[in-house]
Design a protein. Structure first.
Length: 256
């Protein structure tokens, strides 16, 4: 069996960081895909065959950049088998088309819709408490999980080929995305409550008025379960916090 050196695999992995560097409306990530695969394709087919192979890899492709390494690793394994004359279970183009859209959907839900607001919520809470390293916490939280998926997904794709689909299925990413969104909503409610209590404490008013922030958690939690986007929930939570703060301030006027 033909093998690809670890140096070439590392080169491909680092090129994946530039997958969207030539993004365009015609082929989306297609140019970046070929740029990523080029080192391996040269080893397998040589310069003479590169023009023919390029036509197969430079076409339309689009998926979530954090899950793209899993696809690239699998296609490398499929290209090795094809270069050896083995008949693939499924065509490379068909495989890319089959996994691109599902990976894009689950990646958007998990990383953009779940992990990013969760990390931002934690950072906002730390910032509200006056901790200067809050931005660093955000960067660590938001990048640790994607980095793991970039590395583990690429290795599993290279080892398993088409069967690497099971690698992501076993992680139950849709369920993880839902849990992350629910946690984000609860955390935003906690941030809202903390901000209200902080205002009341500064004004030397009864802290029980902070219970007015409870509707923020209840309303946002209900809307999150009904599929409302996280951005809309953040905007709604901010508005409700302002209303709670204003209302509590008005009520506090009548209190000793």
């Amino acid at each position: 069996m033909k093998t690809i050196s670890k140096m070439k695999l590392c080169q491909v992995w680092f090129r994946l960081l530039l997958l969207q560097g030539s993004w365009n409306f015609e082929r989306l990530q297609g140019g970046g895909w070929f740029y990523t695969m080029a080192p391996v394709l040269r080893v397998l087919y040589g310069e003479k065959e590169m023009q023919r192979i390029a036509r197969e890899h430079v076409g339309y492709f689009n998926t979530h950049p954090y899950l793209a390494p899993t696809v690239v690793g699998a296609v490398i394994r499929m290209e090795i088998e094809r270069a050896e004359g083995k008949e693939p279970v499924i065509g490379i183009a068909e495989f890319k088309e089959m996994v691109a859209s599902p990976y894009a959907a689950v990646g958007d839900a998990l990383f953009w819709g779940g992990l990013r607001p969760l990390a931002a919520g934690v950072a906002l809470l730390l910032a509200a408490k006056g901790l200067v390293f809050a931005p660093i916490v955000f960067l660590i939280m938001f990048n640790a999980l994607p980095l793991w998926f970039r590395i583990a997904g690429f290795l599993s794709g290279y080892e398993l080929g088409v069967q690497s689909v099971d690698f992501l299925q076993k992680r139950k990413l849709p369920d993880l995305a839902i849990r992350a969104k629910e946690t984000s909503v609860v955390l935003l409610g906690g941030v809202a409550a903390f901000m209200v209590f902080q205002v009341l404490e500064e004004k030397h008013k009864p802290l029980w008025l902070g219970l007015l922030a409870i509707p923020v958690v209840l309303v946002c939690g209900h809307l999150a379960r009904r599929g409302v986007s996280t951005l809309m929930l953040v905007l709604l939570a901010s508005g409700l916090v302002m209303l709670c703060s204003l209302f509590s301030a008005d009520v506090a006027v009548w209190l000793p």
